[in-house]
Design a binder for this molecule. Sequence first.
Ligand SMILES: *Cc1c(COP(=O)(O)O)cnc(C)c1O
Length: 351
Amino acid sequence: MDIKVSRTEKSRLNVVDYDHLGFGKIFSDHMFSLEYSGGRWHDPSITPYGEMCVQPSLSALHYGQAVFEGIKAFYSKDGSVNVFRADKHHDRFNRSCERLCIPKISWEDFWDALYALVRLDHEWVPKKRGCSLYIRPFVFASDPFLGVKVSDTYRFMLITSPVGAYYSGGPVRLLTAPEYVRAFRGGLGCAKTPANYAASLMPAEVARKKGFSQILWLDGLEGKYLEEVGTMNIFAVIDGKLITPSLEGTILDGVTRDSAIKIARDLGVVVEERRLSIDELVSASKEGLLEEVFGTGTAAVITPVEEISHKGVTIKIDGKKERRLSQMLYDEITGIQYGLKQDRFGWIRKV
Ligand SMILES: *Cc1c(COP(=O)(O)O)cnc(C)c1O
């Protein structure tokens, strides 16, 4: 891909406070764009990060035909930049695109774009452990048209953001929302698309006002089985076994979820991908068999859950077993990401 590059005249890097990054608030100097029209992708460019012109009738703004990804790049101890599982994210990006009728992007174009942007802004990759460069690929329908139909034109973009921890407050408290549903089978639940987030905002706001970090979504049919947390997949350790909801079309096929499963199996842990009901969690907790609950996601990495509240019943996960498995998974995953542990699964690509 022949990318037209116009560099910024003045980098903003020197004004960034790398000790207080937060999540997704600061953007690096450049952005990547690729246009789709006439049945093909064309005009790849890198330009200074900043405002862009779109029509008020831009169809993605009205009907939500859009898809995104979230990938992380890490400063490795050998001074290079490690991008984590970009091929798996690209795979899911195209699967999401398929569900939203958006034309796919080849691996070559996807990686060329990511490589060129991260390379140009490599100085933005935080050097501190626990911090990383969050890469946000996204694509949106760009027809200036108010009729409801599949758009003929699209823009694919990449922006990057130096980030710290997503949940800076440590273990999180989750609330179920029996009166709301995130996704039904046959819907958009397994696509990384804005509509799923739109559906989750109001219940999440209610949860936040009650002092919880997020909603723990239950299945839409029976309101019984755990689904995910909306930004994270969910895992429970019951009696030494690692259990996570199976992929049945309503939850996201998380890259961190997959990494956690592969590492756990590699370490000899029994992993079960199956339906897991809230009742099972409650009874495991009563019997003292609920050892850990945690969420997984690119932004949140491995985030311990200390409490789940469901219809007035509170499940406390006190972590008295020192959150052994989640800590081990966190150490393994971040060890590979920062180049401190051997990349034995071939998950790292260097920039
Ligand atoms: C991105 C996302 C996750 C986490 O997936 P990762 O690939 O691990 O980052 C989980 N649930 C939803 C709805 C998401 O959008």
